[in-house]
Design a protein around this ligand. Structure first.
Ligand SMILES: C[S@@+](CC[C@H](N)C(=O)[O-])C[C@H]1O[C@@H](n2cnc3c(N)ncnc32)[C@H](O)[C@@H]1O
Length: 379
């Protein structure tokens, strides 16, 4: 029997058994939104052996299915961000958020932040992360948890400049973050519509996005820009993969600080995983500096993870109604409407991206940005 079939069959059997046992023992239905504690959650409750084993089996199947279905890269990121589980719980308890929510579970983030004198973006980021499974501090990008933990006044980028081996390690981890969703990115956007022209990869890091696109867009020149200390890393990577394109002048690597005016006129300026490192004010400066060089037809492409709201909603509120069967034979991506009891952001499946939001807050006092109702850092 296939592993997936076996786990599905065992899970179904276990869930059926739990349902039967609840009925036999006259116990209430299970509900994750019930206000009263379920008797099964009482540590002194003595389960029947059948119910005990059915629960154990169901949870084990869920865990095994998780291992089977989750992309290994996401598991690695989740594990390296696991410390945020404890940190966020600690914040929720110590700041009084938990007590306030116990009094009223319908408090909005802004009401909660006002009542406790906390920053709304930080409260939202922490709660959103905790919903998938300090603190009153400055909102300045150089007064973050990173500076406290490293006992430094330097920003992460300035710190890395002084620590070349850490810079190398950090830029490798950013590169793998890009790799994890690169094929979808290349497939889902009509890149050919941008040809021909000059494409500037602002803060391009290892240059991986430009390398991939240069194979697809044969009439485009790619300029990878980054800080001077990152240029040798980018050059090594690009020359290793595409020495011929460098010789032909189709891939150019150059130092440029995006807080200075952009020197290149181009058809496309792309910012992948850049703006989430910076406050609104900084982002405006970066974009304005680039816009000064742009011509009226130039395009700005901003590539970021867009977190979805947590919580549950009706299909009508969600606005998109698509079921798994609607995707048969479809090649163009569109999102699935979460079925009942599946959170809008797909719950535990959003953990990696929510953890990234916490990470951006801890390192840069920045955040992943939302399309709807965005809570923003004040500058
Ligand atoms: C999160 S990484 C993204 C790298 C790349 N865009 C990618 O998607 O793989 C942010 C990049 O911004 C660069 N960066 C930071 N400050 C910069 C500045 N002032 N000017 C240019 N690049 C900068 C960093 O060196 C780093 O390579």
């Amino acid at each position: 029997m296939q592993e997936l079939d076996a786990l599905q069959a065992a899970l179904n059997k276990a869930l059926d058994t739990i349902r039967e046992e609840l009925s036999i023992q006259g116990l209430p239905e299970l509900s994750s939104t019930a206000e009263e504690q379920h008797p099964l959650d009482d540590p002194t409750f003595l389960s029947s052996p059948r119910l005990f084993e059915a629960r154990r089996l169901a949870l084990s199947c869920v865990g095994q299915l998780h291992n089977l279905l989750q992309v290994p890269y996401e598991k690695v990121v989740e594990q390296s961000f696991a410390v945020y589980d404890t940190a966020c719980l600690n914040i929720v308890v110590n700041t009084g958020i938990l007590d306030r929510l116990a009094e009223s579970s319908t408090l909005s983030v802004s009401a909660l932040s006002k009542a406790l004198d906390l920053h709304p973006v930080k409260v939202a980021t922490v709660l959103r992360y905790l919903a998938t499974q300090e603190f009153k501090l400055s909102t300045l990008s150089v007064k973050t948890a990173f500076q406290l933990s490293h006992d430094t006044v330097l920003s992460l980028f300035d710190y890395l400049k002084c620590h070349p081996s850490e810079l190398e390690q950090w830029s490798k981890s950013v590169r793998s973050l890009g790799t994890a969703s690169e094929m979808a990115l290349i497939n889902d956007y009509p890149w050919e519509s941008l040809e021909p022209g000059v494409f500037v990869d602002c803060g391009g890091g290892h240059g991986q996005l430009s390398i991939l696109l240069s194979r697809k867009l044969k009439n485009t020149i790619f300029v990878i820009q980054d800080l001077p200390e990152v240029i040798p890393i980018a050059e090594k990577n690009v020359r290793h993969d595409c020495a011929d394109l460098c010789e032909q002048g189709r891939l150019i690597i150059e130092a440029h600080d995006f807080f200075q005016v952009q020197p290149r006129k181009a058809e496309v300026y792309v910012f992948r995983y850049i703006l989430h490192n910076w406050s609104n004010l900084n982002c405006v400066t970066i974009l304005k500096n680039t816009a000064r060089a742009a011509h009226p037809q130039s395009r700005f492409l901003i590539i970021e993870f867009i977190p979805q709201r947590s919580g549950f909603t009706t299909k009508e509120q969600n606005g998109i109604d698509s079921a798994l069967d609607d995707f048969i034979g479809v090649t163009e991506y569109r999102p699935l409407t979460p079925p009942p009891f599946v959170p809008l952001n797909f719950g535990s499946n959003a953990k990696m991206h929510s953890a990234l939001g916490v990470h951006m807050m801890g390192v840069f006092n920045a955040a992943e940005r939302y399309l709807v109702n965005p809570p923003r850092m004040e500058d």
